[in-house]
Design a protein around this ligand. Sequence first.
Ligand SMILES: Nc1ncnc2c1ncn2[C@@H]1O[C@H](COP(=O)(O)OP(=O)(O)OP(=O)(O)O)[C@@H](O)[C@H]1O
Ligand SMILES: [Mg+2]
Length: 289
Amino acid sequence: MTGAWLAPGEAVITYDAIVDSPAVVFDRVSFAFDGQVVLRDVSFSVPRGTMRILLGASGAGKSIVLKLILGLFRPDSGTIHVNGQRIDQMSEPDLMAIRGDIGMSFQETALFDSLTVAENVGYRLYEEVRLPLDEVRARVVEVLGFVGLGEYIDQMPSALSGGQRRRVAIARAIAARPRLLLFDDPTTGLDPITANSVNDEVVKLRDIEQVTAIVVTHQIRDAYYVAKHEVVRANGNINIMDVSGRGADRAQFMVLHEGRIYFEGTADELLAREDPYLRDFLFMTLPPW
Ligand SMILES: Nc1ncnc2c1ncn2[C@@H]1O[C@H](COP(=O)(O)OP(=O)(O)OP(=O)(O)O)[C@@H](O)[C@H]1O
Ligand SMILES: [Mg+2]
């Protein structure tokens, strides 16, 4: 097949243009709960293979944005596209297919308490992808290794700490190699070393597997870390390098405030803003503590 065709009365549409449609597009999305407005005319676009960090005060609407992308809520107005498909009016069976390509770790980790860690992580691979059991096990071992929980593979979730449960949820989100990852506050409650191992995994998924990621976080330090690090390959090894010295940016930031995208830009642009709200917001979380 050629790379282009002509639609009646239109310019040439390239096949690549459709394949390369952004991972997520919000166009003038508004959403309210019983008259309490959460989002007002919110528009943004996340290109495939890129990372977007979503910041904002508690209650700003960050988790709602992720739940709208999953089709768990529908907007009151505006349109939402995920992987090139309009999802805001989609039927539940079609939404299930869209969700099959999304890995989500919810803020409140929803592990199945009656299943082991391995069964939780491999659930989708076994139930939906129908991989053979030994392949499921191999992938489960691999992703639990990423989050440093290999030895807990046959434990029940009740035997894990809160932070460990969160890491299991992250392993589960990435197990099926989805093209789009939605992480809701993945590192809150983790010790700094474990938080950084999660950060490094997110960087690797972005740079090696070209996964698109939308990361909601209250941990500005972790947000800056993933924005300022990238995978560098040398002599067959994978290293995670700090790229801040050359002014590189590997993530775009958005700040939600009063139902709108109050800021959109790079980490350095965010730090340089003189805006009083942003200064207050960052002052609470950035050095000097
Ligand atoms: N199921 C619900 N029913 C009614 N109101 C809700 C529901 N879920 C969220 N809200 C309201 O929507 C607003 C946005 O909630 P959301 O969970 O998106 O906040 P958030 O930015 O994720 O906050 P946090 O940082 O605390 O997680 C809040 O005012 C919240 O009270
Ligand atoms: Mg939230």
